[in-house]
Write a protein that binds this ligand. Sequence first.
Ligand code: ADP
Ligand code: MG
Length: 339
Amino acid sequence: MKTVGPGPRAEETPEPLLSVRNLCVTYRTDSGSVPALDQLSFDLHAGETLSIVGESGSGKSAASLAMMGLLPPNAVVEGSVRFRGRELLDLSDKKLREVRGKRIAMVFQDALAALNPMMTVGAQLAEAVSVHDSSASRAALRERAVELLDLVGIPSPRSRSDQYPHELSGGMRQRVMIASGIANEPDILIADEPTTALDVTVQAQILDVLMRIQDRTKSAILLITHDLGVVAGLADRVLVLYCGRKMEEAPVEPLFYEPAHPYTRGLLAALPRIDRGTRRLAQIAGQPPSPGERPGGCPFQTRCPHADERCDVIPRPVRVGENHTAACVHAHEIERVTP
Ligand code: ADP
Ligand code: MG
């Protein structure tokens, strides 16, 4: 075994780039308040890829929009989001715009909706760069746009840069979105379901682009997805969300090989695997309850094979391994093997 001397503590655990504490998002609607996110806490370190995984409606987008200050006006947000020690939730819109795009950028699922149909992709990328670098000449901006298209693997980037979004395939448009996200070499790239609208082959290519870019830019990536399958080869750590609450958080290998939360185990059992052949996959029984119908205590208890009366209190995260926590009272009783 490799022995490591007692190095300086500060080097072992550098300050996180992003530190989220007790983040809560509640939507006010005509039919009452919708709790979308409940007391979410996590850290993201420089150059790291953290994946947030959960079924649709679990609060993934609420979390990413809250971090970017992009929630709609009917949302109430509480808690703390610190970027390099600076509280983002208290910033004015103007100050937040400076951080957004330059230091923290975001890629959404729907590239067609996010791109301007009336502008060539080259002009849009040039604009993205110019917002944070007003001194660059027009020619330099156009050149940077072509470079960015090349970086995200678009063939013939020069001629493509003169095309409009509708002239590009879905996969190409998503590459343009990623190019726009990294235009200003952000410290953090938040990708919210970046591949959900694409077919499987194109999905793999786009994820590959994200990883290649990270190698070059050393950005931290927050990869948000409903598909636990896509994170295996990409993420360093995984955070599993359900009904707005963190269920489990772990480095990627222990999450896949020693999952401790019944919800994570359910997601893993539903993944297609070569060794399972064509056998029918085990889906998690039932549906996530809508926000108004969530049970008190553990929100997963209505679907959980281990549920009992102890689940009527909100479970605290318990430590089940190194940097590995699970919010389940049964975490220490469950057999920890890949389902
Ligand atoms: P995810 O991204 O994981 O699919 P969301 O963050 O979009 O989940 O949604 C979390 C919860 O908030 C869901 O119950 C959803 O219906 C609700 N929600 C999302 N946006 C709004 C909104 N603008 N108004 C009211 N409720 C919303
Ligand atoms: Mg979403």
